[in-house]
Design a protein around this ligand. Structure first.
Ligand SMILES: [Zn+2]
Ligand SMILES: [Zn+2]
Length: 368
């Protein structure tokens, strides 16, 4: 009945294997088949297979069902979603404290499903396409964070039938097979247990209603292409890169929505260079100011700051303005601003200035 491989065989283990053996074997295989690391076309399938085997065998109750009744015992009782969701804690166990991010990467959750890459984890229908949104932000945005308001292509209510899917003047009738539930429940007994299976109704294709005269504009879907408003927060301290927002891509009815991939580019700044949370600023000063010292006002991301050029400052001297950099991404505190003195040697001087400098030269030479 089932073409699924034996879970123990999938993990290369014996039926009496301990939890530790199961865990360590899964860790080994998961890393081997992770689609980010393994580019072979079968990797995703293998990864799913070992993950499912682990999800079942690491859970005492599910393992017992599997040992007694095989795949039918587990599949009759749990949906794929249940198998993975119930095992979240087990995955945490395997991957340790960095688990959340690994879990999100591997099993990115959205629309009630689990998936990674373009690969669906077993249930629901098709997955909508990912959408890409490009945005450019300034260093000032990085400092404060930014609320981004965008319009995304989306399915909206059909304007002709107002979303009913039925031609105007007609209406849909309730499906008599499922009584409008869209689902059909069947139960069967096996040993002491009764397994209930819920499946989409075939007659109405899970819609719960039957449209005899579909709307000509939307062909009965009740939807048309349009735009929807979406806003999201770009957190302070962010770097250029790609960020994935689960489930905000192309919608897919009876399936998983795609993801929205936000490509953020932090624009170069006219005054500051950035390195992580620190920013760097070059202040040009004259050789006279470097020699004699001077009070200066330098720009910061939020305003200005007064600093002293000490008498006798050397070229490329760096002053640190503590806490005037950018926020650390995902943690408290801010980086620093570094001000570097670039000492300018005049290229053109007039006769008078030349005379003064020559006098200075004489005094300095005679002082040697
Ligand atoms: Zn319509
Ligand atoms: Zn039905």
């Amino acid at each position: 009945m089932s073409t699924k491989r034996d879970y123990y065989e999938v993990l290369g283990l014996q039926k009496n294997s301990s939890q530790d053996e199961i865990k360590s074997q899964y860790r080994k295989l998961a890393l081997k088949f992770h689609p980010d690391r393994n580019k072979s076309p079968d990797a995703a399938e293998h990864f799913k297979e070992v993950s499912e085997a682990y999800a079942v065998l690491s859970d005492a109750e599910k393992r017992k069902l599997y040992d007694s009744y095989g795949h039918a015992g587990v599949d009759g009782r749990y949906s794929t979603e249940d198998i993975f969701q119930g095992s979240k804690v087990n995955f945490e166990d395997v991957f340790g404290s960095g688990f959340e991010s690994i879990f999100e990467n591997l099993f990115g959750r959205g629309g009630g499903g689990f998936r990674f890459g373009g690969f669906d984890f077993g249930f629901g229908g098709e997955r909508g396409a990912d959408m890409v949104y490009d945005t450019e932000i300034t260093l000032e945005d990085v400092l404060k964070g930014k609320q981004e308001e965008i319009e995304l292509p989306s399915d909206i209510q059909c304007e002709v039938c107002k979303g009913t899917g039925a031609s105007p003047g007609t209406s849909a009738r309730t499906c008599s097979v499922c009584n409008g539930h869209g689902q059909v429940r069947t139960s069967r007994s096996s040993g002491f247990s009764t397994f209930v299976t819920v499946q989409p109704c075939n007659t109405c294709r899970g819609q719960g209603k039957i449209i005899e005269r579909p709307c000509s504009k939307c062909k009965g879907s009740g939807k048309q292409k349009g735009m929807r408003h979406f806003s999201f927060e770009i957190p302070p301290g962010i770097e250029s890169g790609e960020y994935r927002i689960k489930g905000q891509g192309e919608p897919m009815s009876n399936g998983l929505s795609g993801d929205l991939i936000v490509r953020i580019k932090v624009m170069p700044h006219g005054k500051f260079k950035r390195d992580g949370a620190d920013i760097f600023y070059d202040e040009n000063i004259s050789m006279i100011d470097a020699t004699l010292g001077k009070k200066l006002t330098v720009p910061t991301l939020e305003g200005t700051e007064k600093i002293d050029v000490e008498a006798g400052s050397q070229p490329n001297t760096i002053i640190k303005l503590k806490g005037k950099g950018l926020p650390h991404q995902g943690s408290r505190g801010r980086g620093d601003q570094y001000v570097r003195f670039v000492v300018n040697i005049p290229k053109k001087i007039d006769k008078h200035q030349r005379k003064l400098l020559e006098e200075l030269q004489d005094t300095m030479n005679s002082g040697e």
